[in-house]
Structures are given as structure tokens and as C-alpha cells.
Write a protein that binds this ligand. Structure first.
Ligand code: GDP
Length: 182
């Protein structure tokens, strides 16, 4: 069985086509990599994960489709304990989108906790598609500039499986919010 403290609800957000679906598929242990682009409808997955001898249940929500429904997206944000904000290193605008999503998360969560600022939220920033190095449009220094030095950043490739395990582990052990803010 899974300890109550080892349940995580991860909400994945980011611009279209940055590779959210590909990352989630890898996370779920799917070995196939889909070259063909198919937009996802709202998607909710659950997985038991073993890390350093502990069992975690990670529920992962792909909130892509909620992009056009701010109220729904806000609800997903409110019920999430961990956020994975995905952009593509080949797409500068997708980084800008991460910045506004992060603000949205801060706003929604700080209303809930009634504190003015809640900068301690578990957010992981993911720069995907590092395999496309020749068309890289975002450098790690740009990310620091946009999001601050202290953000947890993983550069990955869903295609090559580069650095993914490290990121998934970080997602699990990052820990949820204190229960009263859920
Ligand atoms: P989503 O809209 O964010 O869910 O994006 P998808 O996961 O559907 O991916 C969009 C497109 O980018 C698809 O054609 C994928 O094959 C491609 N893609 C996703 N991840 C990577 C990656 O790491 N490297 C490369 N080269 N392509 C990727």
C-alpha cells in the first residue's frame, strides 16, 4: 500500500506541441515515441512509482485541453500539488507561456492560502526537445532570466529519453503541498 504522504497529483501545463503527451507517455513507461502529432483531450493517468525503496502513487493530469477554458484550468491548478511546466527549447514563445502559467498558479494558490505571496510552490520547469540542438532557440541563461535562478529546471528529450528519469524522480520526491492548501 501507499503511504498517504506519498500521493501526488501532478498537473502538466504548457503550450501546444511542446511534447507534454510524449513526456507523459514516457512517464507511464510507454517505449514508443509518436512522431505524428495528435492533440490530446484532457487526460488523467495514474502510476505507482518505486523510488529509493518507497512507493509513490503519482496521478498525472495533462491539462492541455483546458487552455481555452480558464475556469477549468484554474480548477486543475487548485487541485494539483505539483506542477510540471513544459516548454520546448526550440520555441521561444513556449517559454513565455510558462511564465504566465506560473503566475496563474501563484495567483490561484495564494488566494487559497490567503497569503499574499506563495513562492514556495512545487513547480518543475521542463525544457523539452534537447535532441533538436541545431534549432535550439532558448538557452538555459534565458530561462534563469525569465523565471529566476531558483527555479527547478530540467532539460530533457522525450524522443531520446534524455534526463527524463531524473526529472520524474524529482517530481515524486519534491513532496506535495501541506494538506490544508490542497
Ligand atoms: P503536446 O501537444 O505538448 O502534448 O505535444 P506532443 O507530445 O503531442 O508532441 C508534439 C510534437 O513534438 C510531436 O510531433 C512529437 O513527436 C514531437 N516531440 C515531442 N517531444 C519531442 C522531443 O523530445 N524531441 C523531438 N524531436 N520531438 C518531440
Amino acid at each position: 500500500s501507499v503511504k498517504p504522504s506519498h500521493y501526488r497529483r501532478i498537473v502538466v501545463l504548457g503550450a501546444p506541441r511542446v511534447g507534454k503527451t510524449a513526456i507523459i507517455r514516457r512517464f507511464l513507461g510507454d517505449d514508443g515515441f509518436e512522431e505524428q502529432y495528435e492533440p490530446t483531450t484532457e487526460d488523467f493517468h495514474s502510476k505507482l512509482y518505486h523510488i529509493r525503496g518507497e512507493r509513490y502513487q503519482l496521478d498525472i493530469l495533462d491539462a492541455s485541453k483546458e487552455r481555452d477554458f480558464p475556469a477549468k484550468r484554474r480548477l486543475s491548478i487548485l487541485t494539483g500539488d505539483i506542477f510540471l511546466l513544459v516548454f520546448s527549447v526550440t520555441d521561444r514563445e513556449s517559454l513565455t507561456e510558462i511564465c504566465s502559467l506560473r503566475e496563474e498558479i501563484f495567483t490561484a494558490k495564494s488566494k487559497l492560502t490567503k497569503s499574499k505571496e506563495n513562492r514556495q510552490l512545487p513547480i518543475i520547469i521542463c525544457g523539452n526537445k534537447t535532441d533538436l540542438n541545431s534549432s535550439r532557440a532558448v538557452q538555459p541563461s534565458d530561462i534563469c532570466q525569465s523565471l529566476g535562478e531558483d527555479s527547478a529546471l530540467f532539460e530533457v528529450s522525450a524522443k531520446d529519453c534524455a534526463n527524463l528519469e531524473e526529472m520524474f524522480e524529482a517530481l515524486a520526491v519534491l513532496g506535495g503541498l501541506p494538506t490544508e492548501t490542497r
